[in-house]
Design a protein around this ligand. Structure first.
Ligand SMILES: [Zn+2]
Ligand SMILES: [Zn+2]
Length: 195
């Protein structure tokens, strides 16, 4: 694995700016990979790794950059919980760790770099050097992954009996014996504008 500084440099470039989220995300991903025994996430271990992120914020880009996992590869799954946490899964051994950024780390960061006046710069510097157990909590977990959430070819592809859109990966719902898409099942997030 590359060093923390190298990984942070790459994630900062991809994300577009340096921020506390990049530092936290890179450290979280490195710690996660280490705890599930993955040391070459973009090379020989790439098919063994699966990540579930619980927030769509800065750190998520860093986690994607370090692990190489992505939505498009279906190796990254976004659980929309709004919690600064991610679970790293080794698909070969089923070892999984959920890592949460501790709320206390904001306070604890004040003990580091006291010479810096700017609160956000101080946090950013502190997050680089703080011990992992001040930054994060770690939980060993078991994750039930559905076959239809895994990488690889779609296991199911059906046409919505209402709107005609094609639905992959078991996201269809059976109503009155016929498959419909989630939008037609009342979860439509858009309204078509007709002229
Ligand atoms: Zn950011
Ligand atoms: Zn539909």
């Amino acid at each position: 694995m590359e060093s923390f500084e190298q990984l942070l440099e790459v994630s900062t470039r991809i994300h577009g700016h340096i921020c506390a989220g990049q530092v936290i995300g890179v450290r979280m991903a490195m710690a996660g990979l280490e705890r599930i025994g993955i040391d070459d996430p973009k090379g020989k271990d790439r098919k063994k790794l699966y990540v579930l992120v619980e927030i769509d914020r800065c750190a998520t880009d860093a986690i994607q950059s370090v692990t190489g996992c992505s939505l498009g590869k279906r190796s990254l799954r976004w659980m929309d919980f709004g919690i600064m946490a991610a679970t790293f899964v080794n698909l070969e051994t089923n070892k999984a760790v959920r890592i949460t950024a501790r709320e206390e780390s904001r306070q604890l960061s004040e003990r580091y770099c006291p010479e810096m006046d700017d609160k956000y710069k101080r946090q950013l510097e502190a997050y680089r050097i703080m011990p992992l157990d001040e930054l994060f909590t770690f939980q060993e977990v078991a994750v039930d992954l559905e076959a239809c959430d895994m990488p690889g070819r779609p296991t199911r592809r059906v046409q919505c009996s209402k709107c005609g859109d094609w639905v992959q990966d078991c996201r269809d719902i059976i109503r009155n014996g016929r498959p419909i898409c989630r939008a037609c099942d009342g979860k439509r997030y858009y309204k078509e504008l007709k002229d």
